[in-house]
Ligand binder design. Structure first.
Ligand SMILES: [Zn+2]
Length: 193
């Protein structure tokens, strides 16, 4: 690739067919001009007379409003620190830090628990996450005492080993791993038993 990469928008002309062979991402109009089909960076390979388009990708950094899969890393009195494992719909693997405010007893999650949350903001360099909403909340939880995976039964979580029950904010996708992997292609659910 030669020369500085130039940002183009759909419809921008990048050359003529007499000069360049165009690859994916372009079409040639009636005047023999090569036109970009989508936004991206254009590069020219002058020796091979090729013009190429590197499509503009959405930044893989989470932004407010995104739905993320996160693992609880550390508990403090008022904050739960999480590792963001993936953003819904994005294939790239992400490792960002997030914080869920522990505003309710229902948010007594454990270290290692997996949650689906929405990004509220990133004002302080950490993403503030919320689990308010039907599909948001715990998707995989573990027993406080024995560490066994909790089973969801009529609004309560059960540990089949020590027969404890827990009331926590649970997502409608609790233990629905097929759905979760579909939503978060970047996440590998290694903790799945
Ligand atoms: Zn237990």
């Amino acid at each position: 690739m030669v020369g500085e990469k130039r940002l183009v928008l759909p419809g921008d002309r990048v050359g003529v067919i007499e000069e360049f062979v165009h690859k994916e991402g372009f079409w040639a109009n009636r005047n023999g001009e090569i036109v970009a089909k989508r936004a991206g960076f254009v590069g020219y390979e002058l020796r091979r007379h090729e013009v190429m388009l590197k499509p503009l990708k959405r930044d893989a950094r989470p932004s407010p409003g995104d739905t993320v899969l996160a693992a609880v890393r550390e508990l403090q009195d008022r904050v739960m620190w999480c590792d963001i494992l993936g953003v819904a719909g994005l294939k790239k693997v992400l490792r960002y830090s997030g914080a869920i405010l522990r505003t309710s007893k229902l948010l007594d999650y454990n270290v290692g628990d997996l949650v689906i949350a929405r990004v509220v903001d990133d004002t302080f360099g950490t993403f503030t996450l919320s689990v308010e909403g039907k599909e948001l909340g715990l998707v995989l939880g573990f027993c406080d005492v024995c560490g066994k995976t909790l089973v969801d039964r009529v609004n309560l979580l059960h540990c089949n080993l020590c027969r404890r029950t827990y009331r926590k904010k649970v997502s409608t996708y609790y233990r629905n791993f097929g759905k979760l992997l579909f939503m978060f292609p970047a996440a590998t659910l290694t903790q799945v038993p």
